[in-house]
Design a protein around this ligand. Structure first.
Ligand code: FAD
Length: 483
């Protein structure tokens, strides 16, 4: 989803875009394996995370308002409910205070920009009476409930809209292209090789491969994928999560989606037509890794799915677990168990309210160097805002590339194309577009200083600097930067 939305945004700006997709089609990764729950911030009690979630979701809804489930006649498909459990990690008072802040933030967003007012009311949740839900849930577990304005993404509609946008804006899609190797070419481009031996090259790369982002960065020596593992604040954890799709018993077909919080509990999303997607944290949080290469069992499930015995076993345990919260779920019939990856920074401990897992105030866009940006949609609804952000970064990178060329042309004379490319790619590697655009003059002075130091060294080391420079084809200063 991150990749397709980004491709559309970049194509709209006139870039020639090619998507390299390892699957037989786009939109089959983790994004297609979720219940599509929207977030207005109720999911997180950390206020920064809640605000980011709401801001990005509103942006998404403004553009894809026709891609959500439910209407006036099927209100049970809208207005997701949150059930605060008696053993919630966050006490009710703190939680309600954080929920109130969500509506305040929305009101502020609407005042700043009236086009954000997509719900036509500022209060985005209401407290529920016990009588409204006591027959649906296990009251031994539940302390309180709210109903929110949150909706569910209609994946089929969204998929079809995004695919027609890809076609409309002329995005080329290369499927069956599993990136297995990347190298920098002498002219400073990036060249990608598929496991089947095909190749493609590009000036700018947006790495949207979700669980494989760090693995691919490592192939080309970009980012700090290797070292960040040792820093608990920076390490990226990939969590393999299972989701069961079930046929709902008659009594649950017209029930609102339910999320039990805060902690490792259960979730039920009603997708309509008698289909539900459910999770039960003690079973569905299968395992975690901080490695760039997914463990073998993760890869097997992600690529080929669970075996039918595994599906039956995990499906049974998930249904039984969710039935502890929603007793009628015991009569649900299993359709599939679907694996996917959730990524977050730092270690994951669902049972500790202080775990970084509960604070995810980052969007997943990271400019690694000029010419390379990572884009992980930390939530489905970040895909559009992230795409817009990436598009702005690419514009800044193009401008930076122009400045780098100008610095080069005005500062050096060289006979070697290889040296030009080494010079330019060193600058691209070591500076972000922000550093270059904010103060090109400083950059120029820094280069001049470094260069002078190098010249002094050469002068001291060699009796004949002119011959040395000719033999080593070292860059020679030319004139000052012209802007
Ligand atoms: C069980 C579960 C439930 C979730 N529920 C929700 C929810 O309700 N709401 C929500 O907002 N978020 C939810 N999430 C999180 C959400 O799914 C992710 O944040 C989002 O899907 C990430 O999108 P993406 O486009 O970055 O990754 P993906 O959708 O995985 O896309 C990555 C793409 O890269 C391709 N790729 C990978 N490696 C290579 C390679 N080597 N070469 C070429 N192509 C490659 C893949 O095939 C895929 O097409 C859930 C996640 C899980 C696992």
């Amino acid at each position: 989803m991150a990749g397709c939305n980004t491709a559309v945004e970049l194509s709209k700006k006139g870039h020639e875009v090619v998507i390299l997709e390892r699957d037989e089609d786009v939109l089959r990764g983790t994004s297609a394996r979720t219940p599509g729950r929207m977030g207005l911030g109720y999911h997180y009690f950390d206020s920064e995370t809640a605000k980011l979630y709401m801001t990005n979701t509103v942006e998404f809804m403004k553009n894809y308002s026709d891609c959500f489930l439910g209407d006036e006649t099927t209100s049970y498909l809208r207005d997701g409910r949150y059930f605060i459990t008696k053993d919630s990690l966050v006490n009710l008072q703190d939680l309600m205070a954080s929920y109130d802040k969500i509506s305040d933030h929305f009101e502020e967003m609407c005042r700043r920009d009236s086009s954000n007012d997509i719900f036509h009311k500022y209060s985005l949740h209401r407290s529920m009476e016990r009588s409204e839900f006591q027959e649906d849930v296990n009251m031994d577990k539940v302390a309180f409930a709210i109903e929110t304005k949150e909706l569910l993404l209609d994946w089929k509609k969204y998929e079809s809209r995004l695919k027609s946008e890809l076609a409309q804006f002329g995005v080329a899609v290369k499927t069956g292209f599993e990136i297995s190797r990347v190298r920098r070419t002498e002219s400073g481009k990036f060249e990608f090789f598929s496991s089947l031996g095909e190749s493609e090259n590009a000036d700018y790369v947006i790495n949207c491969t979700w669980q494989n982002i760090d693995k691919i960065n490592e192939m080309v020596g970009i980012g700090d994928a290797k070292t960040k593992k040792d820093d608990p604040n920076k390490s990226v954890t990939s969590r393999l999560k299972l989701l069961a799709e079930v046929e709902l018993p008659e009594s649950l077909r017209e029930k609102h989606s339910m999320f039990f919080c805060v902690g490792p509990h259960a979730m039920f999303s009603n997708l309509g037509d008698g289909i539900g997607r459910i999770t039960y944290a003690p079973v569905t949080n299968f395992g975690v890794t901080t490695e760039n290469q997914m463990p073998e069992d993760f890869e097997r499930w992600l690529n080929r799915g669970l075996s039918s015995e595994e599906e039956q076993e995990y499906g049974r345990r998930i249904i039984e677990g969710v039935a502890e919260y929603i007793p009628a779920m015991k009569d649900a019939k299993l359709r599939h168990v679907i694996p996917g990856i959730v990524k977050s920074k730092g270690e994951v401990n669902l049972e500790d309210r202080k775990s970084p897992f509960h604070k995810r105030n980052y969007d997943g866009v990271e400019e690694q160097q000029i010419g390379w940006v990572d884009n992980a949609a930390m939530k489905l609804f970040y895909a559009l805002a992230n795409a817009q952000k990436v598009s702005e970064i690419v514009t800044a990178q193009e401008e930076s590339t122009r400045i780098i060329k100008q610095i080069h042309d005005n500062f050096f004379e060289t006979t070697s194309l290889v040296l030009v490319s080494v010079f330019e790619s060193n600058l691209k590697r070591n500076f972000k577009s922000e550093d270059i655009l904010s103060d090109p003059e400083k950059l120029f002075n820094d280069i001049e200083r470094t260069h002078q130091a190098k010249m002094n060294l050469i002068n001291n080391l060699t009796p004949n600097p002119t011959a040395y420079l000719r033999n080593h084809k070292t860059l020679v200063p030319k004139s000052t930067l012209v802007r």
